[in-house]
Design a protein around this ligand. Sequence first.
Ligand SMILES: *[C@@H]1O[C@H](CO)[C@@H](O)[C@H](O)[C@H]1NC(C)=O
Ligand SMILES: *[C@@H]1O[C@H](CO)[C@@H](O)[C@H](O)[C@H]1NC(C)=O
Ligand SMILES: *[C@@H]1O[C@H](CO)[C@@H](O)[C@H](O)[C@H]1NC(C)=O
Ligand SMILES: *[C@@H]1O[C@H](CO)[C@@H](O)[C@H](O)[C@H]1NC(C)=O
Ligand SMILES: *[C@@H]1O[C@H](CO)[C@@H](O)[C@H](O)[C@H]1NC(C)=O
Ligand SMILES: *[C@@H]1O[C@H](CO)[C@@H](O)[C@H](O)[C@H]1NC(C)=O
Ligand SMILES: [Zn+2]
Length: 814
Amino acid sequence: MSSERTPLISTVRVAESRPRYPHAVLRRFCTVALASVLIWFFVAVAVSMTLFPDGHHRHGPDDRWAWPGCGRRKVTHDQLQRILLDTPTSKHAEEWSRYYTAGPHLAGKNYSQALWTKTKWEEFGIKADIVSYDVYINYPVDHRLALLEEKKHDDGTSAWKVSYEASLTEDIIEEDSTSGLPDRIPTFHGYSASGNVTGPVVYVNYGTYQDFEDLVKANVTLKDKVAIARYGGIFRGLKVKRAQELGMLGVILYSDPGDDGDNTEEKGEKPYPDGPARQPSSVQRGSTQFLSFAPGDPTTPGYPSKPGAPRQPVHTAIPSIPSIPISYKDALPILKALNGHGPKADDFNKYWTRNTGLEYKGVHYNIGPTPDHVVVNLYNEQEYITTPLWNVIGVINGTIADEVVVVGNHRDAWVAGGAGDPNSGSAVMNEAIRSFGEAIRQGWKPLRTIVFGSWDGEEYGLVGSTEWVEEYLPWLSDANVAYINTDVSVRGTYLKAAAAPLLDNIIHAATAAVPSPNQTVPGQTVHDVWDKQIKTMGSGSDFTAFQDFAGIPSLDIGFDSGPGEPVYHYHSNYDSFYWMEKFGDPGFVYHRTMAQVLGLITAQLADLPVISFRAADYAHALDRYVKKVEDKLDEALSLSSEITTASLLDDDVYFELRGSTRNFNSNPNSTLTPSSVSSSSSAESFRTSLKRLHKALEKLTARAARLDKRADALREKLARHIPWWRWPAKLRLGFELRKVNTRYKYMERSFLFEQGLDGRPWFKHVVFAPGLWTGYAGAVFPGLVESIDEGDWVNAERWVDIIESRMRNAARRL
Ligand SMILES: *[C@@H]1O[C@H](CO)[C@@H](O)[C@H](O)[C@H]1NC(C)=O
Ligand SMILES: *[C@@H]1O[C@H](CO)[C@@H](O)[C@H](O)[C@H]1NC(C)=O
Ligand SMILES: *[C@@H]1O[C@H](CO)[C@@H](O)[C@H](O)[C@H]1NC(C)=O
Ligand SMILES: *[C@@H]1O[C@H](CO)[C@@H](O)[C@H](O)[C@H]1NC(C)=O
Ligand SMILES: *[C@@H]1O[C@H](CO)[C@@H](O)[C@H](O)[C@H]1NC(C)=O
Ligand SMILES: *[C@@H]1O[C@H](CO)[C@@H](O)[C@H](O)[C@H]1NC(C)=O
Ligand SMILES: [Zn+2]
C-alpha cells in the first residue's frame, strides 16, 4: 500500500499548499496537469491495446479481452465466476471460524491473529501487510453494580444494606468451551467513563431521544438519578449521551427478552444451550462512543492516529458518565425495586409497552424514580491508554492502476468467540480470498486492483478502518471505485443488505448467480429467497468512513437472523463457535454461500471492463429521498400531537420513527410549535424550495440515464470482434471506456460537502449519514431532516442550496 500512497499524497499536498510563490505554483500545476493527462492517455492506450481478437473460441462477451504479453485472457470472467463458486467450502469456513473463535481478540490485544491472517492470505497467494495505528482506547479494570436499601432501626439510627449484588458475569456453559476460558473478557462498555455513582433509579425505556422527552414532559426527575435502559432501537452510546445531557449520574443497559420475538422462555422455549431462547445471563458488551458524531479514534478526528500525531480532547466524542451492560437476570431485582414507584410504562404511549418481556417475572415496568432509600451503586473503572491496533491489508494488483475495489471486515471482537460478529465475516472473507488465490494460480489477473482489509478496533468505534481511510484518503478519493463490507456475514438465514444505490444492481446480479442452501424449491438462488430490500447506508460498521467521509459507494451484506430463528447473543460470550455450530449455521453452509456471494460481487466490480454501476438508480433513489423529506415535512406541519402521530401510522413505522427522530418542537426557538404550524410561512417557503431539488434531479436523471446507455452500448461494442488492423477503432473504444468508468467512479464523490454536517463536520456526505440520534440506522439528507426536527427553516433553506449545488455538480460531471 505504501508504495501506491506516497506519490499520490504528495500530489495532493501540492494542490493544497498556499500560493506563496506564484511561479512555483504555476509550474507545479502544469506538471501535475501534464502528468494527469499523460497517465490518462497511457491507461487509455493500454486498455485499448488489450483488445485482441479471439475468434477461435466460443466464450462470453468478456472473453475477447486479452492482455499484452498474454495474447488472450487466461481466465475469462465466466471461468473466474466458476472458480469463485466452486472453491469455497463449508469445511474451510468452519476451520477459519474455529481458529478465530478460539481465544480473546479484543481490539489491540491479539497481534498473533493479525499475523495468522496475513500468513494465511499469503498462503492463498495474496500479498499482505500489517498496518498499525496508535489509538486511544480503554480496557476494563473493575466494576460493581449493587442495589442498596437504607434500613431504619428502632433506635432512630439507620444503615445501608446491600439487597442485591449484580454478578456482572455470564454463566459458564460446559459444552460451550469459550464461555469458560480463564482469560475471557469481562462485561464492559468501550469508551465508557470511569466513575463511582450512587443514586435512585429511573427506567427510561430504550433511552431514545423521544423516550427522554416523554419523561421530561411527565415531570419525572432525571437529574442525579441512575438510568436503567433496555438495549435496542438506537446505538447504545447515544442513550448514554442523552442521559448525560439531562444530568443523570450513570446508565445501566440490559437486554430485555421482550425484544426476542417468539423465541422466549415466557413463550415456552428453552434458553441457550438447551434451546433457541436467550440465555438469561447473557450480556451485550459494546461501545458507548457518540458514533453519529464521529467514529474512529476520538483523539484524532479526520486524520490518522500515527505515532506522534497531535491529539484532541475527547469530551465531545465519548461519555463522561459511567455506564455498564448487564443481563436481564441481573436487571430483574433492579426493575422490581421500581415496582410501585412513579408512573408506569403503560401510562405513556404504546412505544413504552410494545416489547415489555418481564411481567411474568414480576416486573411492573414502573418508571420510578425509586425512593431515596432505595439506590444503586454503579462503579466502573476503565484503563485508558494509547496502544497499537493492527489492520491486515492484502492486495491483488490489477491492470488499471487507478481503479481499486476494497473488500473488508473487522477482526476484533468483544469476546473470545464472536463466531457471528465478526468471525463469520472473517471466515467468509478468507474463503473468498482463497478463491481469488486459486484464480490467480490459474493465471487470472484482475482488471482493477483489489484490496482486502481485516480491520482491528471496529467494535470501539470503527477505529481501524476509519484511521486507514483517513491515512489513505487522497489515494482512495482518486482510485477507490467501491467498498464491500461483510461484518456479521452469518447469524441466521435471512439475507440482509445495505448499499449505496449505485451498487444495488450488483447485489441483485451476484445473489441471483448463487444457489441458496434452502432448496425447498429445487434450484432456487439466494436472490429467489431474499426479500429484496436494500437499506440505505447508516453506520455501525466499517463502511462508514468509506461512504460518509470519503464518498465511496459502499455496501454491507450478510445473512441475518429472522423471525423464528434462534436468538443471536450479540456481543456476548454465547456468540461462540458452539452456538454457531449448533444453532446459527449448522454445517457452515451459509458461510460457504456468503463466500460465493462476496466473491461474485467483488469480481463483478473488479473484473468487468465497464464498471457495473447504474447511475440512473442513484438519481431515482435521490428522488425518492426528496419525497421522504417532503413527507416528513407534511407530518411535522399537519400533526401537532403525539397522539395523532401514533394513531395515523402503522405500528412498525411509528416504532421506527420514535427511535429515529427528535421532537420537532424540542428547540425552544422553533417556529414550528403546535400553535404556529399552520401559520408558519417559512416552512411553506421551504416546501417550495424542495421543488428545486426535484428540478435539479430531472437533469441529473437525464444525464445518468445517458451515461448508463453509453455504458450499455460500450459493453456491446466490447463484446464484438474487432480485427487487429482496425486499431484506431480499438483506441477509440479504449478512450470511451476510460471516460465512462471515470464518470462512474467519481459520481458518489459529488455528494460530499467539505464543511460536513451541522455539528458533526467529520460526516461529509449530504445524502447519507447515520441518524443523529439513532447511530445505526441511515438518515437520508441529514441536513434537511435535522433542520425539520429543529424547526429551523433558515438552516433548512441553506441545506437545500447545498444539496442542489451537489446535484447540479453531479449532473455536470456525468
Ligand atoms: C489470540 O487468538 C488466538 C486464536 O483465536 C488464540 O488462540 C489466542 O489465545 C489469542 N491470544 C491472546 C493473547 O489472547
Ligand atoms: C502492486 O503494484 C505496486 C506498484 O504499483 C507495487 O509496489 C506492489 O509491490 C505491487 N504489489 C503486488 C502484490 O504485486
Ligand atoms: C464508591 O463510593 C462509595 C461511596 O459513595 C464508597 O463507599 C465505595 O467504597 C466506592 N467504591 C469504590 C470501589 O471505590
Ligand atoms: C409538570 O409540572 C408542570 C409545572 O410544575 C405542570 O404545569 C405540569 O402539569 C406537570 N405535568 C405533568 C404531566 O404532571
Ligand atoms: C425456503 O424457501 C421456501 C420457498 O422459497 C420459502 O417459502 C421458505 O420461507 C424458505 N425458508 C427459509 C428458512 O428461508
Ligand atoms: C435560541 O435563541 C437564543 C437567542 O437567539 C439563543 O441564544 C439560543 O442559543 C437559542 N437556543 C437554541 C436551542 O437554539
Ligand atoms: Zn461487527
